[in-house]
Design a protein around this ligand. Structure first.
Ligand code: F6P
Length: 481
């Protein structure tokens, strides 16, 4: 997808999203029906100015360039669809995440209540559902209480799909607004669907709503369901803590999701205060020797009598690969760590009791909490305003606390990671007082290989300009939408 870049004074750059009028001429426009809608009649300003944009970096230097901006979301004066012309569809793809049903509900209610759109179809079972399953009709009544349930009423799937069949189905069913809820793989799919739609010259808006419980989608402040996941993780951490403090030398070990990024583990740890050590994929750790995990565990048990460890599922991947000491290699880092800690202390005179809790799927199967429900509503309504205004090929999401339309390619570029040289990780280290694992002793052997070899060469590189810093680009995690 060709970037649509608009430049202005003082280094101002707008990374704009496509519009139907970019490839279709003489499109009719209509006054926005919201101006007759009692819900909006109370607002001071019905419509967003077309020139309103949102800056990516909230912190600016007085002499620095104005930097990258994204188009601000919101209702526009003119719409490019008359309500009775619209057939919208909604599809959910990938793993579960709290809030999926809320987004579906608010898309259906928003389309109907704000714009009078009545034809709304649910695509079942993810992308393949476009051609392998029948659609279901969605109405405000049929989705009324679905936000109280976990999962997705539409079903979901991972894996491949046939692009041409999806776009054929869109054409055959006369769908002209496609709302796609899913993670980076799904947004990549949305991007190619948009390109194919454009190639065929169809008046169809393709809109992405970003979803990942791991909160690792770039550019946006946070993804929906993340708050709920962090909150739900507290229950597992509390249980681990209760178990650990009830026995002598008790260790509670909790595994949380995060195959490639440790945001859930980091925020769940910061929220809890009962966690003594948090292990994430971005911060390689080592077991033996000064500054290692075993030494820290022994100290904690000596000082406190118990401890809690939180491990993200992707942490220590490299340690596992190098488990050449004859131990059974566990695919599950939680099981592996549990086994390896027990084995180590069995050889010392410290009698430990370790309880391992794996709440991963329980955490993502719950309904969204209050703050995620509000967030999902804002996302859904923002998505609808953009589609009605004729925008397409975009993902909706908060940047610096303001909802924006972001071109697909930005979202799928590179997943976000915890930057361990940023202040948020330092805050965690200061809160748990755990080792930073930054200085492994040179001759320490981990699973038969020198420790240095587990340190990715770029682990301490300064992040690039575009990289999301937890510090300055995740304000929404704790701030407003
Ligand atoms: O979407 C990312 C994620 O939450 C990972 O952290 C986790 O490993 C994965 O989903 C598990 O999902 P599934 O078992 O459905 O593949």
């Amino acid at each position: 997808m060709e970037p649509k870049i608009v430049t202005g004074n003082g280094g101002y750059t707008l990374d704009d999203v496509p519009h139907l009028s970019d490839y279709l001429s003489n499109l009719p426009t209509y006054p926005n029906p919201l101006q007759n809608n009692p819900s909006y009649s109370v607002t001071k300003q019905y419509f967003v100015d077309d020139d309103d944009t949102v800056v990516q970096k909230a912190v600016q230097h007085k002499d620095g360039p104005r930097g990258l901006h994204f188009r601000r979301q919101g209702p526009r004066q003119k719409v490019y669809y008359s309500p009775d012309e619209v057939t919208a569809c909604i599809v959910t793809c990938g793993g579960l995440c709290p809030g999926l049903n809320t987004v579906i509900r608010e898309l259906v209610c928003g389309l109907d209540y704000m714009y009078g759109v009545k034809n709304i179809l649910g695509i079942q079972g993810g992308y393949q559902g476009f051609y392998a399953r029948n659609t279901i009709t969605l109405t405000p009544k049929s989705v009324d209480s679905i936000h109280k349930r976990g999962g997705t009423i539409l079903g979901s799937s991972r894996g491949g799909y046939v692009l041409s069949k999806i776009v054929d189905s869109i054409q055959d069913r006369r769908i002209n607004q496609v709302y796609i809820i899913g993670g980076d793989g799904t947004q990549k799919g949305a991007s190619v669907i948009y390109q194919e739609v454009r190639k065929r010259g169809l008046k169809v808006s393709v809109i992405g709503i970003p979803k990942t419980i791991d909160n690792d989608i770039p550019i946006i402040d946070k993804s929906f369901g993340f708050d709920t996941a962090v909150e739900e993780a507290q229950r597992a951490i509390n249980a681990a803590h209760t178990e650990a403090e009830s026995v002598e030398n008790g260790i509670g070990l909790v595994k949380l999701m995060g195959r490639d990024s440790g945001f859930i583990a980091m925020y769940a740890t910061l929220a809890s205060r009962d966690v003594d050590c948090c292990l994430i994929p971005e911060s390689p750790f080592y077991l033996e020797g000064p500054g290692g995990l075993y030494e820290f565990i022994a100290r904690k048990l000596r000082d406190n009598g118990h401890m809690v460890i939180v491990v993200a599922e992707g942490a220590g991947e490299k340690l596992e690969e190098r488990d050449a000491s004859g131990n059974k290699a566990f695919k599950d880092v939680g099981l592996w760590l549990s086994h390896t800690i027990k084995e180590h202390f069995a050889q010392t005179n410290l009698n430990i009791t370790l309880k391992y809790i794996d709440p991963t799927y329980m955490i993502r199967a719950v309904p969204a909490n209050a703050s995620d429900n509000v967030y999902c509503t804002v996302l859904a309504q923002s998505a609808i305003h953009g589609a009605m205004a004729g925008y397409t090929g975009y993902t909706v999401g908060p940047v610096n606390g303001r909802q924006c339309y972001i071109p697909f390619y930005r979202i799928i570029e590179k997943p976000n990671k915890v930057v361990i040289t940023d202040r948020m990780w330092a805050r965690l280290l200061s809160s748990t007082n755990q080792p930073s694992f930054m200085n492994p002793p040179k001759d320490t052997v981990v699973g038969g290989k020198p420790t240095e070899s587990i340190m990715p060469s770029n682990s301490f590189e300064k992040p690039s300009e575009n990289e999301n810093h937890v510090d300055d680009q995740h304000p929404g995690v704790n701030g407003s939408i």
